[in-house]
Structures are given as structure tokens and as C-alpha cells.
Design a binder for this molecule. Structure first.
Ligand SMILES: [Zn+2]
Length: 419
């Protein structure tokens, strides 16, 4: 088997420039989400590379009317020489808007001082390029493939992945009966294997009041005032209680090992920059982002909010709770064969023990486990988590190649272990 690994690693060595060029070319396509620009160009570029790697290519898009630009997902398949576990690499090609503060062109794809710069360089076009070439190196090395390899490029991850990975899962393209392992090259770094993520509960609380002329506020009921005690209860009662709860799951950064709540938005009265007219506002709402731990159940998490609401003045009669989003915590077992194979590959290629981590925020893993029912899913990819969504986002070129080596080695290890 050693000979096989050497052959594959040699192919990666020889393809170094191609790998970086693909990552840079992907960065140069401004696939900004929202609204979802240039998705077709990115999907075509990926499809092109998959076809050149002798993969069968499929395009899948949701039939749901979403408005805005077209939203294609691309999937490449390379059949095995013999039946065996199917490994599916999935990377999202959408990026968040560049924002302010850049000193380089966010879509220039410039390589400088050993780093590839641009929006999406770390999150996660470098990872997608690495996954494509991990599979391609195995093919070029002429290795007997003991199972099918798949690579998908999907979009909309940054806005929830509903038309992306969720769609592939809904149509059975990623499914427990055909997909054994899923690897998502999110930027956790070359020595880290991410097993899953915490839970999310987004909710909105709306206070209702009675409108009146602002010069005679005693004739109305101010909805902003009505919401205030609840906001205060969140800040002084719930938030401190959550800071006491710590998970045993190795979430990084460590500050995210605690349960948390964030007031995400508040809206009441005459918002925006429009001219103000004197009114007592009759509505005020706030949106909250509660992150929960795998040790907490969603029912308890919600009950806690319901009870808090009932405990504040006018909570029962003037405040209304609305669920916006629930994502349950998910984690692949640390002793799963996929994790073991990546651990061994990291050890061999990076030369240090792999660090098993979990993510503070969610990513497409939720659809892989939640909709597709695939329990063997990890995130592994180049780049530092801290670079994601930042100005001057960049990714070390060496890490892109290293992660390609790790991915390819892990696949060979999985096949070996499955024999
Ligand atoms: Zn990402």
C-alpha cells in the first residue's frame, strides 16, 4: 500500500500549480451571496475540472422559485473499480460580500508571500480545489479504486444551504443508502478535524402596544417600553445562566464551549432614516440567536424562553414568541472510521496528532445528517477559521497542498480499512 500512497502523493506534488491555480480562479469569480452572483460561472469551472478528471457530471437545481440569479449545484462521480464505500466531498462555492477594509482586490486571486488572497480563499474555495485534486490525484496515479468518489460544488451555504446541500439531500443525491462518508472542506486548518456543531434557536419576540400621538403618550401604550423588561431579563438573568453551562464537546474557539444568546436585531417605531412623525409605537420586536449545547435539549431551551417571557411584566398579554429557525446539534462519533482515517492521514502528512474539534456555528453538516441521514460526516480543509468573512481573507498555499495530501491519504486509508 505504501507504493500506492507514494504514487498518489507524487501526483499531488506534480499538480501543485494546478491546485493553486484552480483555487485562485475560483476566487476570481465573485460568487457573492446574497444575492448569489456568478453561480453558473463557478459551477461551470468546477464541472470543467471534474470532467477533465474523467468524472461524470450532473447539475442539480431546486425547482422551488427562489427569485434572483440561477442556483446550480454540480456533482461529479467517479465510479470505483470495485464496490466499496462512497466518499463524497462537498464544498460550497458561494462567498459572503467582501465588505470594507480590503488592501487587496477581494476578487483578484493574488498569491503573495505564500498566501492566496481574496474573498472565499479560506472559506472555502481553497478547500474545494483541494478536494477536487485529492480525487484527481488518485485517478492520475492509476490506483484501483475500492469505492465511488464524488465531489460536489454547492451554493447558498452562507444563507442556510437550502437550495444547495439540502436540495441534494432532498432529491436523494446525498443519502444514507448511497453515500457512506461526507467530507466538507471548511477552513478548520490542516491539523483539525471538525466533528459537528452546536445547536441554534432563532426566535423573535414582539411586543404590541397602542398607537397614539407622541405629544400625548399617556393615551397610548409604548411597545418599545413593553419589550424592555424582557430584554433586561435576557441580559441579567438568562445570559449569565447560560455562561455557567459548558459543553464537553471540543468546540473551537474555547469561548464557544458555553451556551450563549445574542440579540441579533431590534425593530420598533419608525425605523430607518425616514422623517419622523410623532407616534407612540404600537409594535416592537427583537430577534434572538440562542446557541445551545449537545447537552441541552431543544425543548428545554425553548421552555426556558417561554418561562422567562411569562415572568416579566405584561409578558403573558403583550409579548408574543415566534420560532424562526431550529438547528439541532450534530456530531459524528470520534471513533467513526472516517474520523480514524483522517486522524491517521493528518498524523502521517502533517506530522502531528490531529485535533478533534467542533464548530461554534452550523454549516452544511446539518443537512447531511438531518436530511440525508448520513452519520459519517466531518469538516476538514485548509485555511484558518478566523480568516472566514474577514477583510483581506487569505489562505496559506502550503496548507492547500497539505490538505489535498491528507484528503487523498485518508481516502486510501478508508479503502484499506474497509477491505
Ligand atoms: Zn464556509
Amino acid at each position: 500500500m505504501t507504493g500506492i500512497r507514494e504514487r498518489v502523493l507524487q501526483q499531488i506534488e506534480a499538480a501543485t500549480e494546478e491546485i493553486i491555480a484552480l483555487a485562485a480562479d475560483l476566487v476570481r469569480i465573485p460568487t457573492v451571496n446574497p444575492p448569489g452572483e456568478e453561480y453558473c460561472a463557478a459551477a461551470e469551472l468546477i464541472a470543467d475540472h471534474l470532467r477533465r478528471g474523467a468524472m461524470e457530471v450532473e447539475f442539480h437545481r431546486t425547482a422551488r422559485r427562489l427569485g434572483g440569479p440561477p442556483r446550480p449545484n454540480v456533482v461529479g462521480l467517479l465510479e470505483g473499480d470495485s464496490p466499496g464505500p462512497c466518499v463524497h466531498f462537498n464544498g460550497h462555492f458561494d462567498v459572503v460580500p467582501p465588505g470594507a477594509g480590503w488592501t487587496v482586490d477581494p476578487f483578484g486571486g493574488k498569491v503573495d508571500n505564500g498566501r492566496l488572497y481574496g474573498r472565499g480563499s479560506a472559506d472555502m474555495k481553497a478547500g474545494l480545489a483541494a478536494a477536487i485534486f485529492a480525487v484527481e490525484a488518485i485517478r492520475r496515479a492509476g490506483v484501483r479504486r475500492a469505492g465511488r468518489l464524488e465531489v460536489s460544488g454547492t451554493m447558498d451555504e452562507e444563507s442556510g444551504g437550502h437550495a444547495g446541500v439540502a436540495h441534494l439531500a432532498e432529491i436523494g443525491r446525498i443519502a444514507a443508502d448511497r453515500t457512506d462518508h461526507v467530507v466538507i472542506p471548511e477552513p478548520f486548518g490542516v491539523e483539525r478535524i471538525c466533528l459537528g456543531h452546536r445547536g441554534v434557536y432563532w426566535f423573535r419576540v414582539t411586543a404590541s402596544g397602542v398607537m397614539a400621538h407622541g405629544s400625548m403618550p399617556f393615551l397610548g401604550v409604548n411597545a418599545i417600553d413593553r419589550l424592555q423588561p424582557f430584554l433586561e431579563a435576557i441580559r441579567t438573568r438568562l445570559a449569565p445562566a447560560l455562561r455557567e453551562r459548558v459543553t464537553s464537546v471540543p468546540v473551537v474557539p474555547e469561548g464557544s464551549r458555553y451556551a450563549s444568546i445574542n440579540v441579533n436585531a431590534i425593530e420598533g417605531g419608525q425605523t430607518g432614516s425616514a422623517t419622523q412623525t410623532p407616534c407612540v409605537p404600537d409594535r416592537c420586536s427583537a430577534t434572538f440567536d440562542r446557541r445551545f449545547l449537545s447537552e441541552e435539549s431543544f425543548d428545554d431551551v425553548k421552555l426556558e424562553v417561554v418561562e422567562l417571557l411569562a415572568s416579566v411584566e405584561h409578558g403573558a398579554d403583550a409579548l408574543e414568541l415566534e420560532d424562526l429557525l431550529v438547528v439541532h446539534p450534530t456530531a459524528t462519533r470520534a471513533d467513526a472510521p472516517l474520523v480514524r482515517s483522517f486522524e491517521r492521514a493528518v498524523c502521517e502528512i502533517v506530522g502531528q496528532p490531529a485535533q478533534l474539534v467542533a464548530s461554534p456555528g452550523t454549516y452544511d453538516h446539518k443537512h447531511v445528517s438531518g436530511i440525508a441521514g448520513v452519520n459519517s460526516c466531518i469538516a476538514y480543509g485548509p485555511g484558518e477559521l478566523e480568516q472566514a468573512h474577514q477583510a483581506d481573507e487569505s489562505c496559506a498555499v502550503d496548507d492547500i497542498v497539505t490538505s489535498t495530501r491528507v484528503m487523498a491519504t485518508a481516502v486510501l486509508d478508508l479503502w484499506e480499512a474497509a477491505v
